[in-house]
Design a protein around this ligand. Structure first.
Ligand code: MG
Length: 302
């Protein structure tokens, strides 16, 4: 598979129909638009453009066709040899999906479990399809200590509308809580490091969780592409995706038709269908209301 094909697959649920001249595909996430051109160039634009581009760093070497924003690449200062340490890792799924909850998982993989976890098939979830993810997750949850938190959309919408809470803050609170749960579970054992798949700068993260019972600051590391740094983050990511898929299945049953992932035009159609059959009041249970998709769905019905 070509790298561009890999990128296309990865953002499959965000693909939109409007493609510029010379373009191969466009994926539109709430905070980033990815445009690939026939020339081999791929652009990542928007608030999280740099973060997304980071995921494809093999493409962003000098002279590579992928253009990145000009910001200097932030050095992640994870300790040397972290891959073979006992680490709690955390990651989340669902933040860019209109339908379905946000799922956050922290998972502990100690040194002695690294080999086993690898044998279960844990690796970067970008390389795994949904079927494989479910298979691996079912084994994982029986094997390692973890904490799964699900932020359902009723609560998400309430926090967003009534408390004007940003998604970043919600994520920080959830990661913090999930990590605390795992620390409690494994007590008196302590991890050598905590690795958070980065969604915010360290200072911003700690500002968000001010006033909360907080994880310690020592040995806590933030990094993009953390899935590739320690298996605990890859494991957390797989469990989070598994939980997300289960929730989507549940919502699909409630809706009476399959609910799409992502935030592309296919979710507008699904939302319109939902409003038609269940009424507008049913929406807050299913979707993240503040996404532009809500307007588009309502527009479709008029
Ligand atoms: Mg992540």
């Amino acid at each position: 598979m070509t790298e561009i094909q890999k990128i296309k697959n990865y953002y499959e649920t965000y693909l939109i129909d409007k493609i510029p001249q010379g373009g191969l595909f466009v994926a539109k996430m709430p905070t980033c638009t990815i445009t690939a051109y026939r020339s081999g160039k791929v652009m990542f634009q928007g608030q999280t453009g740099e973060q997304e581009a980071e995921k494809w760093s093999s493409l962003t070497a000098p002279n590579s066709p992928v253009s990145k924003t000009n910001h200097a690449r932030k050095k992640t200062n994870v300790p040397e040899g972290i891959a073979s340490m006992s680490v709690i890792g955390s990651d989340e799924v669902g933040t860019g999906d209109y339908f379905g909850p946000i799922t956050v998982v922290a998972a502990y993989v100690k040194k002695e479990h690294l080999q086993l976890v690898k044998e279960l098939g844990v690796k970067d979830s970008k390389e795994l399809n949904d079927t494989k993810i479910c298979e691996i997750a079912k084994d994982l949850i029986k094997t390692i200590p973890y904490s799964l938190l699900i932020l359902h959309n009723e609560k998400y919408n309430e926090l967003q509308q009534q408390s004007r809470m940003s998604q970043g803050k919600m994520k920080a609170l959830l990661h913090n809580k999930a990590i605390l749960h795992v620390l409690n579970k494994i007590d008196p054992e302590r991890p050598e490091a905590i690795l958070i798949d980065q969604f915010a700068e360290k200072d911003v993260y700690y500002k968000h969780i001010q006033g909360q019972k907080m994880i310690q600051r020592e040995n806590v590391y933030f990094s993009t592409k953390a899935e590739g740094i320690h298996l605990s983050v890859a494991a957390a990511s797989i469990i989070a995706r598994y939980a997300f898929l289960q929730q989507m299945e549940k919502l699909s049953k409630e809706a009476g038709f399959p609910i799409p992932k992502g935030a592309g035009s296919q979710v507008d159609v699904a939302a319109a269908k939902l409003i038609k059959t269940k009424g507008k009041d049913a929406l807050p249970h299913f979707v993240k209301l503040h996404f532009a998709n809500t307007e588009k769905a309502l527009h479709m019905l008029n």
